[in-house]
Design a protein around this ligand. Sequence first.
Ligand SMILES: NC(=O)c1ccc[n+]([C@@H]2O[C@H](COP(=O)([O-])OP(=O)(O)OC[C@H]3O[C@@H](n4cnc5c(N)ncnc54)[C@H](O)[C@@H]3O)[C@@H](O)[C@H]2O)c1
Length: 339
Amino acid sequence: MFQKTIQVGVIGTGGMGGRHARNLALRTPGAQVVAVMDVDERRAGEVAEICGSVRIFTDGVALIRDAEVEAVVIASPDSTHAPLALAAIEAGKATLLEKPLASNLSDAEQILRAEMASGRRLLQIGFMREYDAAHRQVKDALLGGAIGRPLLFRGLHTNLSSGAPRTIEDVIINSAIHDIHSARWLMADEVMQVYVEHIPAVSSDPESCRLALIQMSFAGGGMAVIEMNVDAGYGYEVAINVTAESGSIGADGLSSAIVRRQQSAAQAIDPDWLARFDLAYRTEAQTWIQSASQGAVTGPNTWDGYISMVIADACIRSARTGQPQKIEAMARPSLYDRE
Ligand SMILES: NC(=O)c1ccc[n+]([C@@H]2O[C@H](COP(=O)([O-])OP(=O)(O)OC[C@H]3O[C@@H](n4cnc5c(N)ncnc54)[C@H](O)[C@@H]3O)[C@@H](O)[C@H]2O)c1
């Protein structure tokens, strides 16, 4: 199945990068983690030890250019994505780049154009919900066509707690971007217009956001509505439902067993994404390594990362202005047609 072992370097060894490094080193046949890099050297050292005493770099670009490193994971903060993604494209290395593609739209466009100029898909974007079993079941049922064309996507995304109040920009670009991608992927269509309303986390500060309601209209006439609640108080939950022409399909996203006792039923809710999408992250790593070993990235690609940023940007404008916003973007280049 694997043509060879792929030697991977991981940049950013925090929550996400540490998880990717462990999954690749310990649970992914065909992958070997050979290098890690983090500005926090202690953290890098801990992850290096778990991965089997791999080399520790102090410079992300040096790791990318290193001859031993064949494929790269970028899981450092959003603001570092653009320079590192551009270096990975220049080095011609298959890269699993965490979402969002970049921290702003102009950097996202620069990455898209650089990859287009290289003529091949090198980046896979960390929209890992595509590898979640429940999401996959919904997608496969829609592809099977038994319930007809999708008409409406409904998404619910909660965080247990936001900690300090978050801005509308951060909530959209960092959290709701997953839901924006899921809606495009399951509706199999592109977004034409968005309208966003939000409830501020701090009533005197309209830039803050506790709950956002995102409405999207698709080119083919379909619609989507997403509730993004970053301070739900009860747990981390991602639920989806698609209403189609002759049926509907959904997943409540809770994977734990239901315990019934004393005239009540209880089901545990995950605390965060690392718990909820544990298996999805493993499948994502496995699928990425398999496609990298065959020389072609097949998962969510740079177009998916770019257009999600275009939509996110329009969502932020809509929340600020109270007006619907049209999506203005180039047509999808054929390089990014999904298999
Ligand atoms: N796909 C998902 O489900 C998911 C979930 C959470 C986070 N993310 C994304 O993953 C990325 C990392 O998020 P996280 O939650 O792991 O954050 P984190 O804060 O836990 O980890 C980030 C790590 O990057 C390191 N770092 C900071 N600047 C760096 C630099 N210039 N070069 C290298 N390393 C640097 C930090 O020291 C830290 O160890 C972000 O882009 C985030 O949006 C994705």
